[in-house]
Write a protein that binds this ligand. Structure first.
Ligand code: BES
Ligand code: ZN
Ligand code: ZN
Length: 475
């Protein structure tokens, strides 16, 4: 979709255009009668097309990111059911204040994953003219930035939605190389030999039964005079069958999305470079496939991780934390004087049970940093909440025979015990700089919600960019 910012005073109206009208109250509308007959309500997701009058009415409940992004996405979906290819929308002051939501909602709402449809719907390239009182620099900047952000989210969605037969660790590495090439970033890709030579046995073991070689991806964006050093680590399980602790059939479906954290990290690096943010940002992804086979790692194995800690495996389906353990150690060994180290992972079903399928679980040791991360998420249009560590749950991952166990000895608090497992691989120096994002709930959408269609949502990208953008203002 092409989005243009136009001053209202300029008479641009062409006859072929349809108008999108946002409605918070139906009271004074000229079309009130017909809208009432059509059961239109000034509510989220209520939408009516008056084709002859060339109008799309869309309801919204509040002047905030969520409501407005949902409204524009609803209107765009309605537009897609017509043959109109061009629409206009006139913004009042309140809508102008939510301009970011309009641009991102339109671009995220338009998204469809059609790669595997043999009969493609004829796609009409849409054009959206946004009419404002004055074309300010603020609005122009938001337009430019939000286009990049939405594109990064949609890139993530495309990668995550791709089936595991076509997206395995080497494909993920190839995607990273393409990003590096397009944006002149540094990139290192290491295979299993490197993992072996560098004592990364936790990660190596998870991928052992796969026919696809595991890949450690390290992308770096380094502008001149960076204001801070940020490390983003992603779980890139291109498929999680559960391994020998095999998942039941119903739970295995959607596990192509177990690479969501890694894909979010790659796209975020792309966006950071496109936006030219003044930070050195590293993206580290453990791309691995968790499968079964004669050489699969087993419950009862004890693995030595890169930082020397030994891990008793009691469930091969708790594999993400093993991959992340080594990737986090690699990151901290390679990169010194880190300001922030964040990891992103579809880590636990328990997180989905605990906070619901829309919300990211935020964990770590620094209260203020966790609060700031929640705020960045909310401001960016994502949902997130903190989950607190505690001393009693920490005891639940003790092992009788090794330093630590990969599952807890309790049925409760599984998202937190997984987070505390990762904490074992964060050095003292970085304890307060680290955040773990469990995106198991929102990363993949089974029942469409808001502006998210079925499939990958691109969780993590917007909140991270927002966190970094707010950091620029602080520095
Ligand atoms: N990838 C899954 C977690 C997951 C579940 C992501 C549902 C998205 C939706 C992870 O590797 C896993 O299987 N975790 C286990 C851990 C358990 C064995 C301690 C889980 O959550 O059941
Ligand atoms: Zn698993
Ligand atoms: Zn997994």
């Amino acid at each position: 979709m092409k989005i243009n910012l136009i001053e209202k005073s300029i008479e641009n109206v062409s006859n072929s255009q349809i108008e999108i009208i946002f409605v918070k109250s139906i009271e004074n509308l000229a079309d009130r009668e017909i809208l009432e007959i059509l059961d239109f309500k000034a509510k989220d997701e209520s939408c009516v097309l008056l084709a002859e009058a060339k109008k799309i009415y869309v309801g919204y409940e509040d002047d905030n990111y969520d409501c407005i992004a949902i409204a524009i996405a609803t209107a765009i979906k309605k537009l897609q059911t017509t043959k109109f290819s061009s629409a206009k929308i006139e913004l009042d002051e309140k809508l102008e204040n939510n301009f970011k939501a309009i641009v991102e909602g339109a671009l995220l709402g338009e998204y469809k994953f059609t790669t595997y449809k043999s009969q493609k719907e004829k796609e009409i390239k849409l054009e959206l003219d946004i009419l404002v009182t004055t074309k300010t620099e603020r609005l122009e900047n938001i337009l430019k930035e939000s286009k990049i952000i939405a594109k990064a989210v949609n890139k993530t969605r495309d990668m995550v939605n791709t089936p595991p037969a076509d997206f395995y660790p080497k494909v993920m590495a190839k995607k990273a190389k393409k990003i590096a090439q397009d944006l002149e970033l540094d990139i290192k890709v290491e295979g299993e030999k490197f993992l072996e030579e560098n004592g990364m046995n936790a990660m190596l073991s998870v991928g052992r039964a796969s026919v696809h070689e595991s890949q450690l991806i390290h992308l770096t964006y380094k502008p001149q005079n960076p204001q801070a050093k940020i490390v983003l680590v992603g779980k890139g399980l291109t498929y999680d069958s559960g391994g020998l602790s095999l998942k039941p059939a119903d739970f295995m479906v959607t596990m192509k999305a177990d690479k969501s954290g890694g894909c979010a990290v790659l796209s975020t690096l792309w966006a950071v470079a496109k936006l030219g943010l003044p930070f050195e940002v590293h993206g580290i992804v453990g791309a691995v496939e968790n499968m079964i086979g004669g050489n699969a790692y087993k419950p009862d194995d004890v693995l030595k991780a890169k930082n020397g800690k030994t891990i008793e495996v009691r469930n091969t389906d708790a594999e993400g934390r093993l991959v992340l353990a080594d990737c986090l150690s690699y990151a901290q060994d390679e990169i010194k004087d880190i300001d922030y180290i964040f990891d992103y992972a579809t880590l636990t079903g328990a997180c989905v049970v605990g906070v619901g399928e829309y919300t990211t679980g935020i964990m770590g040791n620094n209260e203020i940093l966790k609060r700031n991360a929640v705020l960045s998420a909310l401001k960016s249009g994502e949902y997130a909440t903190t989950l607190d560590f505690n001393r009693f749950l920490r005891k639940a991952i003790k092992s009788e025979i090794a330093d630590i166990c990969n599952i807890a000895n309790t049925r409760y608090g599984g998202a937190i015990t997984a987070g505390m497992f990762l904490d074992n691989f964060i050095t003292d120096e970085n304890k307060e700089k680290w955040i773990h994002f469990d995106i198991a709930g929102p990363a993949f959408v089974e029942k469409p919600w808001g502006y998210n269609p079925h499939g990958a949502s691109g969780t993590g990208v917007r909140m991270t960019i927002k966190f970094l953008q707010d950091l620029v203002d602080k520095n």
